[in-house]
Design a protein around this ligand. Structure first.
Ligand code: NAP
Length: 434
């Protein structure tokens, strides 16, 4: 670790550490801290609304990791989203807050505000475009003035997509103009599932999608210029020859986050913007039929408060087992991994993008462990480590940033590599598995 640059007692405070994801973040921070040199050890604490639950979580983490010191040496800070004073007290003690309290649309803003007001950098794992974009609209100027970095979506949403695009661009010899990504998730015999909080975020996000359109108008952005041939989105469901299964557009935050990064790099760094479409593999025709019925029911139910209530009361039933109140088992987590393949096109070095169709292609891949609770927490913790160690490589002023706009000039991809992510360039033949 670099020396602590302020007099704050903790490099990192994990807020919401007693939650399903929070406890995995705690374990990853503990593992990372144990590896840092003794004379320059990462200092950290946990925070949340129930000291009792936090104590229980630390005891469990101590047992799981065989690190008994976690139960005795890690400080606990009581902080509740509904108490401004408690949030200020937490933020004043930390250089970086890792916020694991979600759904962010309900709980996130007071934490962002407290960080900005009290000079702590903020990182979250939000996958809700409306929250992320609203924070940019309302807090960028204030965060910039106080030198605070507010970096959202540092989990599976949307580090693999956002950094995957930057990786693809850096390996393309010429001008990369368009990328399509295909996500596939492989699981073991017991399948995979997500925890209820992510399901609740999705239910309320879809219900409020009109507000996102209104919010975007407030930015008053001009459309990004289209360089090269304009790429059209594929249909709602289509058979993808790239991944040899049916695919649908990816509904998470990746397209929104990547677009914000591309806008930042175009406006601030004069980089040529990339058109981007994200898809996810859903399997064979049977899965498509199930998805269609489930999607239709979901689309109708989210419109009504009773429907939303039922959806959030019975996540397992309405998501066909994809989400549950208990979350995935350790076995499910251990047996799951993800692959995101990027198919890019553009113009070779000597070619002019205004003259004719693209004449060069590239294919890259980001692979990693289970996305929701392994890849996500590795990404979040490495984002924090990068902020602590390479702050001089981030944009000069603080502000609200996407992972790509904050970290494009840092070694975050290498750090992720070292903790089990794999970024690689592939040939088209390898990638399409045809
Ligand atoms: N980007 C990704 O890929 C990704 C992956 C996983 C999760 N996530 C997101 O991470 C968020 C958390 O998910 P989760 O499954 O961990 O949820 P969870 O298990 O419900 O945990 C929520 C945490 O928030 C705390 N909390 C709730 N209300 C609070 C308040 N008023 N003040 C202080 N703390 C409060 C809870 O404390 P108690 O323990 O005291 O109840 C708990 O620690 C969700 O938004 C989810 O979508 C994103």
């Amino acid at each position: 670790m670099e020396a602590v640059t302020s007099s704050r007692p903790y490099h990192i405070v994990v807020f919401g550490a007693s939650g399903f994801t929070g406890k995995f973040v705690v374990e990853e921070v503990a593992r990372y801290a144990a590896e840092s040199p003794r004379d320059n050890r990462l200092t950290w604490a946990v925070a949340g609304r129930s000291v009792q639950r936090l104590k229980g979580m630390l005891k469990q983490a101590a047992d799981r990791l065989a690190m008994p010191e976690l139960s005795t040496d890690i400080d606990i800070i009581a902080a509740d989203v509904s108490s401004k004073e408690s949030l200020a007290n937490m933020c004043q003690q930390a250089i970086v807050i890792l916020n694991c309290v979600g759904p962010y649309r309900f709980y996130g803003e007071p934490v962002v505000a407290a960080c900005v007001e009290n000079g702590a950098h903020y990182i979250d794992i939000c996958g809700e475009p409306q929250f992320l974009e609203r924070m940019q609209l309302e807090y960028h100027t204030k965060a910039s003035a106080t030198g605070v970095y507010v970096i959202g979506s540092c989990g599976f949403d949307s580090i693999p997509a956002d950094l995957g695009i930057l990786y693809t661009q850096s390996h393309f010899k010429g001008t990369l103009t368009a990328v399509e990504s295909f996500l596939t998730i492989s699981s073991g015999p017991e399948g995979t599932c997500g925890h209820d909080a992510t399901w609740r975020s999705a239910v309320h996000g879809f219900a409020d999608s009109g507000a996102l359109r209104q919010l975007r108008r407030k930015f008053d952005h001009k459309p990004l210029p289209v360089v090269g041939t304009k790429v059209r989105p594929r249909g709602f469901v289509f058979f993808s020859r790239e991944i040899m299964q049916y695919a649908i557009p990816f509904m998470g935050s990746d397209p929104s986050v990547v677009k914000r990064t591309q806008r930042f790099l175009y406006q601030e760094k004069s980089r040529s913007p990339i058109q981007y479409y994200a898809y996810v593999g859903v399997g064979g025709l049977c899965s498509v039929a199930k998805l269609f019925c489930g999607g239709l029911l979901f689309g109708i139910m989210v419109r009504f408060s009773l429907g939303r209530k039922l959806l959030t009361m019975f996540p397992r039933f309405f998501s066909f087992g994809l989400f549950s109140k208990a979350g995935p088992t350790i076995k499910q987590i251990e047996d799951t991994c993800f692959n995101m393949t990027f198919f890019g096109e553009g113009y070779a070095e000597a070619a002019d993008p205004s003259q004719g169709p693209p004449n060069a292609k590239i294919c890259t891949e980001v692979m990693g462990a289970e996305p929701g609770y392994v890849a996500t927490v590795i990404a979040m913790v490495q984002a924090a480590v990068t902020l602590l160690k390479e702050k001089h490589c981030l944009p000069m002023r603080g502000g609200v940033y996407t992972p790509g706009s904050a970290f494009y000039n840092t070694s975050l991809i290498d750090r992720l590599h070292n903790r089990g992510f794999k970024f690689s360039v592939r040939t088209y033949q390898e990638a399409t598995k045809a």
